[in-house]
Design a protein around this ligand. Structure first.
Ligand SMILES: *[C@@H]1O[C@H](CO)[C@@H](O)[C@H](O)[C@H]1NC(C)=O
Ligand SMILES: *[C@@H]1O[C@H](CO)[C@@H](O)[C@H](O)[C@H]1NC(C)=O
Ligand SMILES: *[C@@H]1O[C@H](CO)[C@@H](O)[C@H](O)[C@H]1NC(C)=O
Ligand SMILES: *[C@@H]1O[C@H](CO)[C@@H](O)[C@H](O)[C@H]1NC(C)=O
Ligand SMILES: *[C@@H]1O[C@H](CO)[C@@H](O)[C@H](O)[C@H]1NC(C)=O
Ligand SMILES: *[C@@H]1O[C@H](CO)[C@@H](O)[C@H](O)[C@H]1NC(C)=O
Ligand SMILES: *[C@@H]1O[C@H](CO)[C@@H](O)[C@H](O)[C@H]1NC(C)=O
Ligand SMILES: *[C@@H]1O[C@H](CO)[C@@H](O)[C@H](O)[C@H]1NC(C)=O
Ligand SMILES: *[C@@H]1O[C@H](CO)[C@@H](O)[C@H](O)[C@H]1NC(C)=O
Length: 437
């Protein structure tokens, strides 16, 4: 009798479990972190629940399985990595609620302190939902020097779409893209205090075919930084400030050979930034920065609206010393600026400081009108070893050596292949620039 009961009980348990298993495998396309034990009180460590939900979503075979992070809750996550590849060609991380980093650095005990949330080896990942990612950066800004964490690290991704989230107070870079292709970032905001250290908005390296559009970025450091191995980057409709502007580089540090090419920066604005459009390379490096096009740009009270610096030196570093400026340099060529307006907070609105050996070639400027942010005050331009062509530019760039070879001003903009947005099915209910890979 008792054994019969046991058999029935075992059968009941087994059927119950297999039923649940079938449900998960065949019906459920939504994996809500609450169902995996996440608490969402902002204090409990919810990392394991997120990782389990990710694992099930990643193994799901339905089209677009969704990991759901519900509204009106705040989940504390320790440093963690969401790993692909996943089974479905499209996967959806729907962040409606908030995630926050631990309030102290002990959570990173025993592991590298350079990252917080990592997505790695994903194809067709969609991250959206309108939620917030809070890096609790003040913990890091106050505590220590050295390597702090990147809030959101996207590594080896293809066909990724990140949109609509709010990113704040990262320990270091807010978003880093490395080894990614066909990726779009749109309609996001990134905010950190103006005096927070090294909190770049978006850093890109070794990536191609990237679209960044319609976003507001104000972090005190680079708004967007393009580093080694980036090409076919389209930055459209981005507002920057406060911070250090949209940067290419720095490239060529410690003699490195590094490249950036095929970049378009279109319809962007800079408000109260240290720099606007900046290209910075170290002396002694090699490689190139070429085919960069900036158009429809506005500046409000920007300290260095346009700057190319082939003698970049980071704080605390020594300028490479050479006899008579004979050092190698990262080549800078075919850089076009057109339809640029606004105000400069410094007397020198345009700085082209290029090396004697390599110089900057095919710098094309036209229809530029920058005035001082102090009404009526004088502003000027500074050039060393820059060659190119100028049409209707104020302040006048008489220092640009127009005798050098130059593109015709009407050259077409850089071609950047478009990143096609993926379909996101609606779900109910509710629904300094270093990389370490
Ligand atoms: C699972 O999906 C099947 C087929 O679409 C449907 O008939 C069934 O009602 C679903 N079961 C649940 C529990 O949603
Ligand atoms: C990059 O991610 C893809 C999955 O999207 C994977 O197949 C590939 O092996 C990964 N590459 C490396 C170098 O890990
Ligand atoms: C990038 O997108 C293009 C066009 O949508 C597609 O042909 C190509 O295969 C994609 N590349 C990768 C690595 O997914
Ligand atoms: C600039 O890009 C064009 C194609 O858009 C290419 O033909 C040309 O070689 C590139 N120039 C340089 C210097 O890379
Ligand atoms: C710059 O100013 C000119 C003249 O007012 C205007 O035609 C042009 O649209 C402005 N461009 C931008 C990007 O604001
Ligand atoms: C150009 O760079 C050199 C080397 O750093 C520096 O001494 C010089 O002041 C710079 N010139 C301008 C105009 O910024
Ligand atoms: C630009 O103006 C500033 C301030 O008047 C002056 O110090 C500097 O020498 C000028 N630079 C050039 C290249 O004329
Ligand atoms: C400069 O870039 C344009 C595309 O923006 C390209 O058509 C042209 O070939 C490039 N010029 C040189 C000298 O590479
Ligand atoms: C850059 O992206 C914007 C927004 O998708 C698009 O309108 C524009 O055509 C793209 N530019 C290039 C050169 O691909």
């Amino acid at each position: 009798m008792q054994s019969l009961f046991t058999i029935l009980f075992v059968f009941w348990v087994a059927s119950c479990c297999s039923f649940r298993k079938i449900l998960t495998a065949t019906n459920t396309t939504t994996f809500n972190v609450i169902d995996y034990g996440a608490v969402g009180d902002g204090l409990t460590d919810d990392s394991q629940a997120f990782l389990k939900a990710w694992k099930d979503m990643c193994e799901a075979t339905q089209s677009t399985p969704t990991l759901e992070v519900p509204l009106e809750k705040t989940f504390m996550l320790k440093p963690l990595s969401f790993n692909g590849p996943c089974n479905s060609p499209t996967i959806h991380f729907q962040l409606e609620g908030n995630v926050v980093a631990p309030k102290n650095t002990d959570a990173w005990e025993g592991q590298s302190k350079d990252k917080w949330i990592v997505f790695i080896n994903t194809d067709g990942l969609i991250i959206d939902g309108g939620g917030q990612i809070d890096g609790q950066g003040s913990v890091w800004w106050d505590a220590c020097k050295g390597k702090l964490d990147i809030a959101l690290s996207l590594h080896n991704c293809s066909n990724l779409q990140l949109s609509g989230l709010h990113h704040l107070n990262s320990g270091r870079n807010h978003i880093s893209l490395s080894d990614c292709t066909n990726t779009s970032i749109s309609s996001i905001s990134i905010v950190a205090p103006e005096d927070s250290p090294n909190t770049d908005g978006i850093d890109i390296c070794r990536s191609t075919n990237i679209l960044i559009q319609d976003s507001n970025i104000g972090t005190g450091d680079d708004c967007i930084a393009m580093n080694d191995g980036t090409s076919y980057i389209n930055i459209t409709g981005v507002s920057c400030g406060p911070g250090h502007g949209i940067s290419v580089g720095s490239l060529g540090e410690d003699g490195a050979e590094e490249t950036v090419e095929q970049v378009i920066v279109h319809d962007c604005s800079f408000s109260g930034t240290q720099n606007g459009l900046r290209i910075k390379t170290w002396q002694g490096g090699s490689g190139y920065v070429r085919n960069i096009s900036y158009d429809q740009i506005t500046f409000a009270n920007t300290y260095n609206p346009i700057i190319i610096d082939q003698f970049y030196v980071d704080r605390g570093r020594q300028l490479y010393v050479d006899e008579g400026n004979q050092a190698s340099a990262v080549e800078i060529s075919n850089i076009t600026y057109r339809d640029v307006n606004g105000t400069s907070a410094s007397e020198t609105a345009i700085t082209l400081n290029c090396s004697m050996e390599i110089g900057c070639n095919d710098i094309i400027m036209h229809t530029i009108n920058i005035i001082s942010s102090t009404p009526g005050a004088y502003i000027n331009t500074s050039c060393n070893n820059a060659h190119g062509k100028v049409t209707s530019v104020l302040p006048s760039v008489s220092c640009l050596d127009v005798s050098g070879s130059a593109e015709v001003p009407s050259s077409p903009p850089v071609e950047v292949p478009s990143v096609t947005p993926l379909e996101v099915p609606s779900i109910s209910p509710s629904d300094e620039n270093e990389f370490y890979f």
